[in-house]
Design a binder for this molecule. Structure first.
Ligand SMILES: Cc1cc2nc3c(=O)[nH]c(=O)nc-3n(C[C@H](O)[C@H](O)[C@H](O)COP(=O)(O)OP(=O)(O)OC[C@H]3O[C@@H](n4cnc5c(N)ncnc54)[C@H](O)[C@@H]3O)c2cc1C
Length: 784
């Protein structure tokens, strides 16, 4: 028994912890940074003030995690972020394809507590810090009201991933809040004061069918939305959760210190919306609906942005500028909102989103404070202008940046450097390479790993796909919208040389299609490419053809001379040659056959509308706001989005065995994968060396469909394992002995550490076809 005598003031229990890195904020940026650092070998304390991890993606707030894939609604193909965030999303897809936010919580928790190098402090709020010099944080102070414990957290390095930037603010780091003028950085999309300079908070709610009539008596604080919300007629029973992101408020207030005021206003709106749905009489279908959940804390979009040595701006995004120190990428649209949010007038769009033609790099210099020497910044607070923040703020992008911070912290500890020193050119390449090894994708970079024995191996395969036909299956589909088949020509035999282009040599390829016409008509066909190799915006039309069709089944031979087409279009930069797009314009009198075959690095795309991300088929700014005009050509989600059935001559040999050593782990301007022939009964890859090698580790990268956005809440996904991902793999030594085996794989990266190093002159990697319609593929193999 404890019997405490009356005394004066008491202090709470105090605990001191020491680590290499203290990460403040358990949102996806902080979490992915902490895991990356811990796996790289340094000690991390991850402290977050919430009971669950994930920040805005947690079950407390319930936003779906997105990034450059943008719901598959822009032209960023295979753009899901890599590394830890990919591992989390792929795992979530496997366990939770119906997107239950509580299950996502468990995955985040499991991943963090599985790391022996992480000490996790939940429910613990950082509120103060000490500095050892004007530019150096020495310790931070935090308090957990659940265990009534006060923490002193000491470390040489800190990362602020707290969303509002508590560490940056308290330490005196330079920051901004609100929007820059157009003049400051020449950003033509910078908003006016009337439009608003800050994005507001939102609160979500879920409803469910109770199976019986449910009455709702609103709390007295609920708004009458018919009086308060000009756009109240947009509320309905179908849209809730992430679809009501526009219940937004606070953009004209102080989004840090007035958060509680903002939350109250949002609760008034949410309960008012529910009152309107239940009691207005306009929604008889809501009779059995009940409120299942309303957020207790708001999702915060914007508050402080901290200044690093570089500030990301609009032009970096739109022009996809490359920086020597790119360590992550973004690809969400520049997405700004009117500060009046839910109270905006009818006719004013709740968001203003403008996409780029492809993904853009995020420099390392955006990820540390310019004046606090040992402070990394991650998440929505990175060094970006208000306009650029409109894109970089989303969670998968934030997480990707967080991962870069985690690896940078490890390198700083190892080399005795401060974050700024690591930005020097001699260090940055090493950071980039270490990140690429973890699966991080960085635009325009590929892994060059001298330690990797595969780089010295002769590589061959039991077979390589030569793409000569996509076999028709099922009923032909009416061409209600324009379609295009992406064809990987960049490393296939049909790619002309510069000499071919200059001399107009014949470098031809032919496609054969079998469209069905209801009556005689013309089929409008185009051959397009992208102006940048790794982009997938087909913005250059190389050739246009009008093909007369007869009634019934037609056989259309389309022969293209690529060398000539490129010369005519003055496109001589062959390094920038990526996929070709065989475009067939909409014609409702025509039906096209499609194929059930799905192949790594091969996609069909369609010129459709996806309002959720402001894709109306074509992006056309009506005034000069510094963004491009271009068409959207996007895939459809499975089970739709089949490849067009066609024949190709000569067969496209873009799926070669040696692709596994080219340092790219996803399709970019080419598939970057070894893909086996579907007829090959036992697909395998053979690595051979001139002499015996000592091997203790093998790393394999699988195709988990980097085109799939894997939204974490509200959406159901058609599969829990990606159809391209090989499940069963065996690795054999030069005596044909099995040295490792993977069964039922669903992850992108598998690292096999052998119990004992082996000596062998070859490795055979047997990879089962994932299914009858999908041939075996490997993106990358590395051996150490
Ligand atoms: C309504 C809304 C819709 C959005 N839509 C999308 C979308 O569709 N997809 C998408 O990806 N993004 C979306 N965003 C943007 C995105 O959610 C945020 O920009 C994002 O959460 C940034 O990640 P973060 O890790 O920086 O911050 P957060 O997710 O906010 O994580 C920060 C964490 O730090 C903790 N913390 C704060 N202060 C302290 C402290 N003093 N001590 C300890 N811990 C602290 C917080 O509690 C939180 O857990 C949306 C945002 C909002 C609000």
């Amino acid at each position: 028994m404890i019997k405490a005598e009356a005394t004066g003031k008491r202090l709470p229990k105090s605990v001191t912890m020491t680590a290499d890195l203290v990460v403040v904020g358990g949102g996806l940026a902080g979490l992915c940074g902490a895991i990356t650092a811990a796996r790289a070998g340094i000690k991390v304390v991850l402290v977050t003030d919430r009971p669950v991890l994930g920040g805005n993606s947690s079950s407390e707030v319930r936003l779906w995690v997105l990034g450059a894939t943008s719901h598959m609604g822009n032209n960023n193909r295979w753009a899901r972020e890599g590394g830890i965030i990919d591992e989390l999303l792929v795992e979530n897809m496997y366990r939770n394809p119906d997107s239950n936010p509580l299950i996502f919580d468990t995955i985040l928790l499991e991943k963090v507590v599985s790391e022996p190098n992480i000490t996790l402090l939940l429910n613990t709020s950082v509120y103060d810090l000490d500095k050892s010099s004007p530019d150096t944080i020495s310790k931070v102070y935090a308090f957990c009201s659940q265990n009534s414990t006060h923490y002193e957290l000491d470390a040489p390095l800190f990362c602020d991933a707290s969303g509002d930037g508590i560490l940056g603010f308290l330490s005196g780091a330079a920051f901004r809040m609100g929007a820059e003028s157009k003049e400051e950085f020449g950003e033509k999309f910078a908003p006016s004061k009337e439009y608003g300079e800050l994005l507001g908070h939102s609160i979500y709610f879920y409803s469910k069918d109770a199976g019986k009539s449910i009455k709702f008596v609103p709390p007295s604080f609920a708004h009458d939305v018919t009086q308060k919300v000009p756009k109240f007629r947009s509320f309905n029973t179908q849209e809730f959760g992430c679809k009501l992101w526009w219940i937004e408020y606070g953009g004209r207030l102080d989004t840090v210190h007035e958060t509680e005021t903002i939350k109250w206003e949002l609760w008034k709106v949410v309960y008012g919306v529910w009152d309107y749905i239940k009691n207005s009489g306009n929604f008889p279908e809501a009779e059995n609906l009940t409120l299942e959940w309303v957020g207790h804390i708001p999702g915060k979009r914007e508050s402080r942005r901290f200044e690093g040595d570089y500030m990301l701006i609009q032009q970096d995004i739109v022009e996809q500028r490359a920086h020597y120190d790119d360590v992550a990428f973004g690809g969400w649209s520049i997405d700004l909102h009117p500060s009046d949010g839910v109270f905006s007038e009818i006719g004013q769009s709740s968001c203003n989103q403008w996409h780029s033609k492809g993904i853009y790099g995020i420099p390392y210099r955006c990820l540390y404070s310019k004046n606090i020497s040992n402070l990394f910044i991650a998440g929505r607070i990175i060094s970006a202008s208000h306009v650029a923040f409109g894109s970089s703020r989303v969670m998968a992008t934030s997480a990707h940046g967080g991962q870069a911070v985690g690896m940078a912290a490890k390198m700083c500890i190892e080399k005795g450097l401060m974050p700024r020193q690591l930005s020097e050119k001699q260090h940055i390449a090493f950071l980039q390479q270490e990140l690429l090894k973890t699966g991080q994708h960085i635009p325009n970079l590929h892994l060059q790993d001298d330690q990797d024995l595969v780089q010295k191996a002769a590589i061959s395969a039991s077979s390589e796909l030569a793409l000569e036909e996509l076999i028709p299956t099922g009923e032909p589909q009416r061409m209600e919208f324009s379609a295009a088949q992406m064809l990987p020509i960049a490393n296939a035999d049909v790619k002309p040389s510069l000499a071919d282009v200059k001399t107009n040599a014949e470098v031809k390829f032919k496609t054969i299609l079998h469209p069905y016409a209801d009556e005689p008509t013309d089929l409008d066909v185009e051959l397009r490419i992208s102006s940048k190799a790794a982009n997938h915006t087909p913005d250059i039309i190389l050739e246009k053809r009008l093909i007369p069709l007869e009634k019934g089944r037609n056989c259309v031979h389309l022969e293209f001379n690529l060398a000539e087409a490129l010369k005519v279009n003055k496109h001589q930069d062959l390094e920038s040659l990526g996929y070709a797009f065989l475009v067939i314009q909409k014609n409702e009198k025509v039906k096209l056959p499609y194929s059930d075959q799905r192949i790594t690095g091969l996609l069909s795309v369609f010129n459709l509308v996806n309002k959720a991300v402001s894709n109306y088929g074509k992006q056309e700014p009506t005034e000069d706001i510094g963004v491009d005009t271009f068409e959207f050509w996007c895939p459809q989600r499975r089970p739709l989005g089949k490849n067009l059935a066609l024949k190709i001559e000569p067969a496209l040999r873009a799926f070669r065995a040696e692709n596994v050593q080219n340092g790219l782990q996803r399709p970019t301007n080419q598939p970057n994968a070894w893909v086996a022939d579907p007829q090959d009964k036992n697909p395998s890859l053979l690595l051979e060396w001139a002499e015996k090698q000592q091997i203790s580790e093998v790393v394999l990268h699988f195709d988990t469909d980097f085109d799939h956005p894997m939204e974490t809440v509200l959406m159901s996904h058609p599969e829990n394992e990606m159809p391209f991902c090989a499940k069963n793999v065996r690795i054999l030594n030069d005596k044909n002995e099995v040295i490792a085996e993977i069964k039922n794989n669903h992850q992108s990266q598998r690292r096999i550490v052998l119990e004992h190093a082996i000596l062998t002159q070859s490795l055979t990697i047997e990879v089962e076809h994932p299914s009858a319609n999908v041939p075996a593929a490997l993106m990358e193999v590395r051996c150490y």
